[in-house]
Design a protein around this ligand. Structure first.
Ligand code: PBG
Length: 341
């Protein structure tokens, strides 16, 4: 047996120095790829005190609407990030079975969108469309006959979308997983003249165990109960790959502008599949539990947070994601800038 390619071909030749590795790198991570998720809380005395403390695995505690603009200026814009994804922490007294507070014209998320757009007209503001932060049971919809009522829920979501668009949201991140919601939202937006508002559909949102820290912060953990009604009746089964493509193709037909895969780390096959089979901009969400694992391993001295974070983000890029939502966006942006110097 002869080795025709050796020694003519030695792949190590292209790995000898940093400059050649960088020159030929197939993927590059940029600050402009990253989106920082932020939690905003209602300034009411009874907002769960625990959510005001630094949520241990996440980088910092939820912000009040008042402190949000300065935070954005001093932290987000300072490192070159250009957009934020906003999630609300709703006071217990404003939660009910129907999540009615979601349609309240001066709820904390609406105020947060307004005050950010006022101060930073060019900042990208991505708001969350889902009912879970507003319902006492923590589900992403209204409950009828022991089930989340799909069709009743999407009507509410469409109204919520118009409310956020009115407040100035650029992108609506639709994270609930009801059927037909993208169509309902698009119709609602068109009717009211919000033709430029972008819909980011969480097309492949899996019923994952990795949302724990997020649920602690927005106090939706009630929906975790595996014995009762669980989110598996609407979020995707972790066993499935082809179904993600069906979800994506439907949401595209219904009028989605951007697609999201969530969680990220364990779902790179889905990112890669959607990259190949669709032509829409593709986002991925490194969720709270994934981020928590990086921090925990670092705290143990097992894996460096910096190296682990940057490597995981490169994995998303390599798989085909063009936009990455991560709680590490601030840190990663800072490190990427340092590495550029
Ligand atoms: C629900 C929602 C969840 C997350 C974002 N939107 C959790 C859930 O489905 O219960 C989790 C994000 C994260 O863990 O970082 N609309």
């Amino acid at each position: 047996m002869t080795f025709e390619t050796f020694p003519a071909t030695r792949l190590r030749r292209l790995r000898t120095n940093q400059w050649i590795r960088t020159l030929i790198a197939e993927n590059k991570l940029a600050v402009s790829d990253l989106v920082m998720p932020l939690f905003v809380f209602q300034n009411l005395p009874d907002v769960a005190l625990s959510s005001k403390k630094t949520p241990q695995p996440l980088p910092f505690p939820p912000l009040s609407v008042d402190s949000l603009p300065d935070f954005v200026e001093e932290k987000i814009l300072a490192v070159g990030l250009t957009s934020v994804a906003l999630f609300p922490v709703i006071a217990q007294q404003n939660k009910d079975e129907q999540g009615r507070h979601a349609l309240c014209e001066d709820n904390v998320l609406v105020k947060a969108i307004q005050c950010l757009k006022e101060r930073f007209p060019t900042l990208g503001v991505i708001s969350d469309i889902a009912l879970d932060p507003y319902t006492t049971h923590g589900h992403d919809g209204v409950i009828q006959n022991d089930d989340v009522d799909n069709d009743a829920t999407i009507k509410i979501l469409a109204d919520m979308a118009v409310l956020h668009a009115q407040a100035g949201a650029d992108v609506l991140g639709v994270s609930d997983m009801m059927d037909g919601r993208i169509h309902a939202l698009r119709q609602g937006l068109e009717e009211k003249g919000y033709v430029q508002t972008k819909i980011l559909s969480y097309v492949a949102k899996y019923a994952s165990c990795l949302y724990g820290p997020f649920r602690d912060i927005v106090a939706t953990a009630a929906a975790k109960d595996p014995g009762g009604l669980c989110k598996k009746t609407y979020q995707m089964d972790i066993c499935n790959q082809k179904e993600a493509l069906r979800e994506a193709l439907l949401d595209i037909q219904e009028g989605a502008d951007l697609l999201m895969v969530k969680p990220g780390g364990g779902y790179l096959d889905i990112v890669s599949l959607l990259k190949q089979k669709t032509h829409h901009p593709l986002c991925v969400f490194q969720v709270s539990g994934e981020y928590a694992m990086l921090r925990a391993a670092d705290a143990q001295g097992w894996v460096s947070y910096k190296d682990g974070l940057l490597e995981s983000l490169m994995g998303f890029k390599r798989a085909g994601a063009s936009v990455i939502f991560t709680y590490g966006a601030l840190d990663a942006a800072r490190w990427l800038k340092e590495m550029d110097r």
